[in-house]
Design a protein around this ligand. Structure first.
Ligand code: T6T
Length: 316
């Protein structure tokens, strides 16, 4: 089984573009703009970023939209930029819509550091830190195929919002890998708008229309939680194999109690810590690697006890 499989992090080796010397190298103000308030993946990034900033003697202004939503995030960004931080560490909620305001921030001497999600336009940010999300989707598919074994049946992947770089990549990796398993028939990937209730509705409807459903992949926290609810309500927990992404306290509980069979856990603490380190380096005009992939691991009920360092935090 792929359980316990660790996908090690790695870097691109290329150096990012700091956009000239317009940033004051003595600016000690950083901003962190995550994708969604109170969500354990981003909370874990925030906790590590706060510790790293404090240790380095920098101020960190943390902001987050109520929902994973580009309009609200863009508004917060404009407020953050007007306070002239040396760098903004951001998880852009859309791979295109945030490009213009972030380019403007850069033109105003604010270094842009992407964490987790990224813009399609690679010229804006000086550096990006994230999981290798395509590889995470592949790992999810391998894990699900192992859990299903020789049975034949239908499989469903739940994405969040189109234009979310991370979950789009996970879904793509999953689709490519499932196609290599002739016993598994993959349905078209469905979008949940990152609402657990929508994910639950889609899974209930899919179960009704496809009684041979053998597996579901939730590409992130909310989709997996919603799918788990629907399968539990239908009395199908453990019969339909559920592989989720992320490791929130609730997801970890669900893995323990058998609602979920595997989780692909990311390393948000490393993303937050390194995000701050890169931001400081970029402000000082030091070279920073353009793209770095942090590690991920497939957790199952059997392997989870020894992997508690991958569990996310709900508060700092
Ligand atoms: O899966 C994470 C993150 O990587 C993704 O970009 C959006 O959703 C999460 O924050 C989990 O809710």
């Amino acid at each position: 089984l792929a359980a316990g499989t660790l996908l090690a992090g790695c870097g691109s080796g290329q150096i990012g573009d700091t956009g000239g010397a317009t940033t004051d190298p003595n600016n000690k103000n950083l901003a962190l703009l995550t994708g969604m308030r109170g969500e354990p993946f981003y909370v874990s990034i925030e906790c590590a970023a706060k510790e790293a900033a404090a240790a380095a003697g920098y101020e960190l202004n943390v902001q987050a939209p109520e929902k994973f939503e580009q309009a609200e995030q863009a508004q917060l960004l404009s407020g953050v930029v007007s306070s002239q931080p040396g760098a903004v560490i951001i998880a852009p909620t859309d791979d295109k819509a945030l490009a213009t305001p972030l380019q403007q921030a850069k033109d105003n001497g604010v270094q842009v550091v992407e964490v987790d999600t990224a813009l399609e336009d690679k010229s804006v940010a000086v550096t990006s830190l994230s999981s290798d999300n395509h590889a995470g989707g592949v790992l999810a598919a391998q894990t699900l195929a192992d859990l299903v074994g020789q049975r034949t049946g239908t499989v469903l992947a739940l994405n969040t919002k189109a234009g979310t770089s991370t979950t789009d990549e996970r879904a793509r990796g999953f689709e490519e890998e499932i196609a290599k398993h002739p016993n598994l028939r993959l349905l078209p990937t469905q979008y949940t708008e990152n609402e657990p209730a929508t994910a639950a509705q889609i899974v209930s409807a899919t179960l009704a229309a496809n009684p041979d459903l053998v597996g579901v992949f939730g590409t992130n926290l909310n989709t997996g939680e919603g799918a788990g609810t629907a399968l539990a309500n239908a009395g199908k927990s453990g019969q339909v194999q559920l592989v989720g992404f992320d490791a929130s306290p609730k997801q970890v509980d669900d893995l323990r109690n058998g609602r979920v069979q595997a989780l692909i856990a990311q390393n948000p603490a490393e993303i937050g810590r390194e995000g701050v380190a890169r931001a400081i380096a970029a402000i000082k005009g030091e070279p920073v690697e353009r793209e770095t992939r942090t590690d991920m691991i497939a957790l199952t009920r059997d392997s989870m006890q020894s992997q508690a360092q991958y569990f996310y935090r709900a508060t700092c």
